[in-house]
Design a protein around this ligand. Structure first.
Ligand SMILES: Nc1nc2c(ncn2[C@@H]2O[C@H](COP(=O)(O)OP(=O)(O)OP(=O)(O)O)[C@@H](O)[C@H]2O)c(=O)[nH]1
Ligand SMILES: [Zn+2]
Length: 356
């Protein structure tokens, strides 16, 4: 396999991607029911995943998603379907738990540089939800910034900003008001060409409105966003990556009604609690009734809010629940592919022996 730098620069920063001879590099810009739209140096194509890849796919994460870099076999005619032969390594991946009680993973997008965590400054404002978003974002590998929307709807901006800064660590906080042109300046200035951004946030916080503003005069493309962004009863699974006039790439994620927690980085997001816990008498302190609990002491001293601790516990419980189920899933996958752990080990040993 030769490494080659490909100039798909408009669809991502100029990186080195793996490319096998005979195949072309492409970026997945839309998916819908295992149909893909890809962009290559030869233009845009519809694509399908090669059967060979499908045979090995057992998990949602084994399939391409929006933002993925893939290696494709291009057809002679652009109207024919291309074949996705390989899925390149992901720099970042954003998963969410599928709705409901099962802890199955749904792949939202890959290779996102920035997650823009959106929260409205109206009745939607909820610092506990922001903690959840920050914890999930921290585990994705992408950087995150906080976008506070509907600034025109609040009279308590200063207090809200104080509350946000208390939980946001060093994440950048951007305030937007889509009712005024000037209200978009901060976000516009923040977004850079060839970097990939994904807006996350509950339904109605104004994500589509922000994207429409950023699209500016490109009303055609905006219309395309709206069409797949089905606000009606039929929830569509279509996602797409759109290019803004300034060259930034934006992943639109419709249907994010609830952000289920699958993987979270609580140590980073709750660094204050992690730090306090070092002084607990017991290493495995649950910070409930244990004697010598430094976290409870901080709550008693008014140093840490009870609500933040409750939020931390809630996310921790969700995460350990999912990790247990994740292990069971991993074992099931090993069973399917090798017939069991023992067989897998024997197989790996054989592979290593052959390589020598
Ligand atoms: N007052 C005010 N209203 C806004 C602002 N931004 C968006 N809205 C309104 O809020 C409503 C929801 O906005 P959308 O952009 O559709 O929200 P969304 O986050 O894309 O929602 P989903 O697509 O369901 O996830 C619309 O009626 C917008 O006009 C703002 O800055 N100020
Ligand atoms: Zn403790």
């Amino acid at each position: 396999m030769e490494d080659k730098t490909i100039k798909l620069t408009e669809y991502g920063v100029n990186e080195t991607h793996k490319l096998t001879a005979g195949l072309s590099l492409a970026r997945v810009v839309a998916t819908s029911h295992q149909q893909y739209t890809i962009v290559t140096d030869q233009g845009q194509f519809q694509a399908q995943v090669a059967g060979r890849l499908l045979n090995f796919a057992t998990d949602a994460a084994d399939f391409p998603t929006v933002g993925d870099w893939v290696q494709v076999r291009l057809p002679e005619n652009q109207t024919d379907v291309a074949t996705i032969e390989r899925l390149n390594d992901r720099k970042t991946v954003f998963l969410r738990k599928t709705a409901g009680r099962r802890s199955a993973a749904q792949l939202v997008a890959a290779n996102i540089d920035w997650l823009l965590l959106c929260m409205a400054l109206d009745a939607n404002f909820n610092v506990r939800r922001l903690e959840r978003y920050l914890a999930i974002a921290a585990a994705s590998g992408a950087q995150s910034a906080i976008v506070l929307t509907k600034a025109d709807k609040t009279t308590q901006l200063a207090e809200q900003l104080t509350a946000v800064v208390e939980v946001s660590g060093d994440a950048k906080v951007i305030v937007c008001d889509a009712t005024r042109t000037a209200g978009m300046a901060e976000l516009t200035a923040f977004m850079q060409p060839a970097l990939t951004y994904a807006f996350l946030g509950s339904s109605g916080v104004g994500k589509t409105t922000l994207i429409n503003h950023l699209m500016g005069t490109s009303s055609l493309a905006t219309a395309a966003v709206r069409k797949t962004d089905d606000h009606g009863r039929h929830t569509t699974t279509a996602r797409q990556l759109v290019k803004l006039p300034n060259g930034s790439l934006v992943i639109d994620t419709p249907g994010m009604r609830e952000l289920g927690l699958l993987d979270a980085d609580l140590d980073t997001t709750f660094a204050d609690i992690t730090e306090l816990a070092k002084d607990c008498r017991f290493n495995d302190c649950t910070h409930r009734q244990e004697p010598g609990c430094a976290v409870q002491q901080a709550v008693a001293d008014g140093q840490l809010s009870e609500a933040r601790l409750a939020s931390y516990r809630q996310l921790q419980a969700e995460q350990s629940n999912n990790q247990l189920r994740g292990k069971a899933r991993e074992n099931a996958k090993i069973d399917r592919m090798f017939g069991g752990k023992k067989q897998m080990k024997a197989f790996m040993k054989e592979v290593r022996r052959k390589r020598k």
